[in-house]
Write a protein that binds this ligand. Structure first.
Ligand code: SAM
Length: 225
């Protein structure tokens, strides 16, 4: 693959197992002039694993995206090719990406996807729940608007995918029981990692299960309609 000048590549990286990366992703990371990332330490580790020669890392944080726009546009203007990665999975999926992409497109540069893993599709791929249609919610708002959102989502005519962190998983499951009822759910914990757990059952069974087993790690949940 020939890397194009003045192009921003959106590169998906693994959500755990570092072997879950495409040949093309590694090639692009090797060939671009600089890489836009979240935590530079996380990306540096990734690059080392894939034997990508050291190169400039441009930090790009959630809620502070505006800061990195000017240097990125200047580099693209100078003919550089750039890659955008997030700490895990696909940029733009509950991760920084959208704002950078919209500004780069507005400035007239090309943006190309280098697709790969995302936690939601990894879970859906092992779903025993019909998933012809699904709604991707990602993270619920932490405080304001959380209940309004749950009330809206309970009436969807398809299953709903949520992202949740280790600290809030039991609260989240309790809320799903309260708002959605005791539906069938699929819970993916630490997918592709050493402690991967895939739970299938009802919401109340999930609560009983995670009360007994570890709640550590990252969670993706598919709630049936
Ligand atoms: N961009 C990522 C993607 O493509 O899925 C999502 C990033 S978002 C900031 C992080 C959340 O994704 C975690 O809190 C968790 O809900 C979910 N997630 C990421 N990796 C996961 C994994 N290995 N297993 C389960 N859920 C995961």
């Amino acid at each position: 693959m020939e890397i194009q000048k003045s192009t921003l590549y959106i590169v998906a990286t693994p959500i755990g197992n570092l072997e879950d990366v495409t040949y093309r992703a590694v090639q692009v990371l090797k060939d671009v002039d600089a890489i836009i990332c979240e935590d530079t330490r996380v990306t540096a580790r990734l690059l080392e694993r894939y034997e990508v020669p050291r190169k400039t890392l441009i930090p790009h944080y959630k809620n502070q995206e505006a800061k990195s726009i000017a240097p990125v546009l200047e580099r693209l203007q100078n003919g550089e090719s750039l890659a955008l990665v997030s700490d895990a999975g696909t940029p733009g999926i509950s991760d920084p990406g959208y704002y950078m992409v919209s500004e780069v497109v507005k400035a007239g540069f090309t943006v190309e996807p280098i697709p790969g893993v995302t936690a939601a599709t990894a879970l859906l791929s092992v779903s025993h729940i019909p998933n012809g249609h699904f709604y991707f919610e990602g993270f619920l708002p932490h405080k304001k608007g959380r209940q309004t959102r749950l009330k809206f989502l309970k009436d969807m005519d398809c299953g709903v995918i949520f992202y949740e962190s280790t600290h809030r998983i039991m609260k989240f499951l309790g809320e799903i029981l309260e708002f959605f009822g005791d539906r069938e759910i699929l819970v993916g914990r630490e997918l592709t990692k050493i402690h991967e757990t895939i739970f299938r059952g009802t919401v109340s069974e999930a609560i009983a299960f995670f009360e007994k087993h570890s709640q550590k790690g990252e969670f993706v949940i598919f709630v049936s309609n």
